[in-house]
Design a protein around this ligand. Sequence first.
Ligand SMILES: Cc1ncc(COP(=O)(O)O)c(C=O)c1O
Length: 425
Amino acid sequence: MSTQESYPIDVEAIRADFPILDRTVGGDVTTPGESSEDTEPLVYLDNGATSQTPRPVVEAIVDYYYGYNANVHRGIHQLSQEASVAYEEAHDRVAEFINAEGREEIVFTKNTTESMNLVAYAWGLEELGPGDSVITTQMEHHASLVTWQQICKRTGAEIRFIEVDENGRLDMDHAAELIDESTEMVSLVHVSNTLGTVNPVAEITEMAHDVGAYAFVDGAQAVPTRPVDVAAIDADFYAFSGHKMLGPTGIGVLYGKEAILESMQPYLYGGDMIRKVTYEDSTWEDLPWKFEAGTPNIAQAVGLHAAIDYLDDIGMANVQAHEELLAEYAYDRLSDHDDVEIYGPPGDDRGGLVAFNVDGVHAHDLSSILNDYAVAIRAGDHCTQPLHDTLGTAASARASFYIYNTREEIDALVEAVDSARQLFG
Ligand SMILES: Cc1ncc(COP(=O)(O)O)c(C=O)c1O
């Protein structure tokens, strides 16, 4: 079996759609986009932060700007109508992709962080108060942790954290203990961006509903990498970002159940989100426009639509299989070394990323040396500082994979880690 045949997807054909994967890097920053001297082929393993963008997505955005760029919902003229159709159809496409009931349940935001803040401000500030609790987990990204922490401070609600066990999984007994009659919101990450843990989000949503609380799932690492069905999970809110799933930056999604979104006050006020305005008062547009004040991210919506088409052509089950294959391969290769500590569950039970430390080499130094070998990974706390405290380290190195990555690239990572180890003796 050739290497190519042994992947669940056609990696070679996919790579051809990503011009950036043809460039070389040499460690030094020169003019952005230009290769420096003494260069090597780029090995891009920082997909958990931002994925790369294939030609069809860039072309869809170019077609929009060259062909029908106009403001939406404001013009009778043809270009505005065409832009409006494209913008609205992007909502429909997202709804179909995650099995929401329709565009009313899909609000476009800037990113996952803004989706989280929208609910925290529009729902949390109104509904939470002393005696209420918000339950989240020790493995939350700051986008969720800091947002609920601060909203709880402002409202007097209590925030509680479900513990992570020694295998990087949620302690479900602790979850059952914490989720009680005082709970109004349970907010948790679907796939941890540090541990790679895939959380039982449907089970926890059910626990939230049993006590009359809402559930919010942070799907920033899940929607890009596996099939997600919001109806099956039954969460009340679900958030993710376009830039981690082949789409452009500047667009995120908030899914919310229609009746709940309907019951919430707007988050931002202004144009486009109103129906009738007088000097005394205003009324709001229908969903989802009620939550999309001002000129929205139209080009980005067009790009996200194209990104979803691209992923759907591959098939999300195949994307997941590829992610799991690479995660297990990386886990096995890295754990060959006694001085490497890998965080999170075993290699055969995780999302497509591996965070680790090499004894005696700070993650930042490791990342910097890897950069000299043209291997791009992330080093730091990955926006999970409290989790890193719990793990007993300030920082870790993280390699995260996507549809265009290969085993050979993971071999390049491991070789570069070996070189760093030698350098640090
Ligand atoms: C699990 C998780 N949640 C939230 C975010 C925040 O995403 P964004 O920066 O696009 O808002 C990230 C980004 O790394 C993430 O990995």
